[in-house]
Design a protein around this ligand. Structure first.
Ligand SMILES: NC(=O)c1ccc[n+]([C@@H]2O[C@H](COP(=O)([O-])OP(=O)(O)OC[C@H]3O[C@@H](n4cnc5c(N)ncnc54)[C@H](O)[C@@H]3O)[C@@H](O)[C@H]2O)c1
Length: 317
């Protein structure tokens, strides 16, 4: 592949994994990130890193002049829990920051935007059935409100200004490279972090909650596919596996990786966090209809890769 791709949030977990893959595909990659939750060390060699803030339009205006075929926009305040502390941060970073990115895309004639939306837009949904894209959204956190607002902005920019975009709604992404020091984002990585440190696993909320855990490489596949798939222009769709996994099952599997037979013996429970959804998992029918590569890494395989990697990581927290 040729041409440049701007990856905002490319110093973060998913963005840095995506940047690495884009380099391998032959793209020239520019990363824009203010490294608040990401880290310079995450950015793969070969990328041009611009440390800067998407909230500053002048930062975008000063980005290197290239033949950008796409912008993968992942920069965000990315924690639902944290969004309750300072809703304005979510609005300025996730909404105003995105407006700046979209204006830059139009001004520079960038081919397309691929935006990391979230399953958080659904809120609480009927239990034990996969959630489809036409479900009425009921976001429960300021973070999820900001993601839904951006979906609407994308559609408006499409109809008013001809923007080309694709917006996968990511379910619970996990995998190699996730921040194990951050105990406020990424359910799976948080539990893993406790186990790595030999601590008891603090579960905020019910063990009966459930999620759709999607391996990061599968998410990256979807982003890379979307860049060169004109049939996905204007499409917003689920990016999950379609598999429902209860929190208890997840912890049981994680504990098994550490030789712990009875997961209940290491779990402490606390009340749930504000804005937490009880459960959801993706309907993958729309992905299939659109010819999107459906995430297929099993949780067992993904956990094996992640735990093998995590056991080599030195925690800083
Ligand atoms: N991880 C998941 O399960 C998940 C699920 C749904 C959606 N998403 C979305 O995917 C994207 C990536 O998530 P992640 O898990 O890699 O999170 P992350 O926190 O690791 O990555 C976000 C990156 O954005 C950067 N950033 C934050 N504010 C910025 C700003 N003002 N200007 C420039 N950069 C800024 C951070 O430094 C970080 O590197 C986010 O948009 C997130 O909302 C993630």
């Amino acid at each position: 592949m040729s041409g440049s791709v701007l990856v905002t949030g490319g110093a973060g977990f998913i963005g840095s994994t995506l940047a690495r893959r884009l380099l391998a595909e032959g793209y020239d990659v520019v990363v824009l990130d203010n490294v608040v939750s990401g880290a310079v060390a995450n950015v793969p060699d070969g990328c041009e890193l611009i440390v800067g803030d998407v909230r500053e339009a002048s930062v975008l205006a000063a980005l290197p002049k290239r033949d950008y075929v796409a912008c993968c926009h992942l920069a965000a305040q990315s924690s639902g829990e944290v969004s309750f502390e300072d809703p304005r941060l979510d609005v300025t970073t996730n909404v105003i920051g995105t407006l700046n990115v979209l204006d830059w895309v139009l001004e520079r004639g960038v081919g397309k935007v691929v935006f990391a939306s979230s399953m958080g837009i659904y809120g609480d949904v009927p239990p034990d059935v996969p959630v489809a894209e036409d479900t009425l959204p009921h976001p429960k956190s300021f973070y999820s409100v900001s993601k839904l607002a951006v979906e609407h902005l994308l559609k408006l920019y499409e109809t008013e200004y001809g923007l080309r975009f694709t917006a996968p709604r990511l379910f619970n992404v996990y995998g190699v490279g996730q921040d194990l020091d951050n105990l406020r984002q990424g359910m799976l990585s948080i539990y893993l972090s406790y186990l790595l440190d030999g601590e008891r696993v603090l579960v905020k909320g019910s063990l009966d909650r459930y999620r759709d855990y999607v391996y990061v490489d599968d998410v990256v596949n979807v982003f890379v596919h979307a860049i060169t798939a004109p049939e996905l222009d204007g499409e917003i769709f689920n990016c999950g596996t379609g598999v429902q996994t209860h929190v208890s099952t997840l912890i049981e599997k994680l504990c098994a990786c550490f030789g712990i037979d009875d997961y209940r013996s290491v779990v402490d429970q606390a009340p749930g966090t504000q804005g937490d959804q009880f459960g959801n998992f993706a309907s993958v029918e729309r992905m299939k209809e659109l010819g999107v590569p459906v995430p297929a890494t099993t949780l067992d395989e993904g956990l094996r890769r992640m735990v093998d990697w995590a056991k080599q990581v030195t925690l800083k927290r």
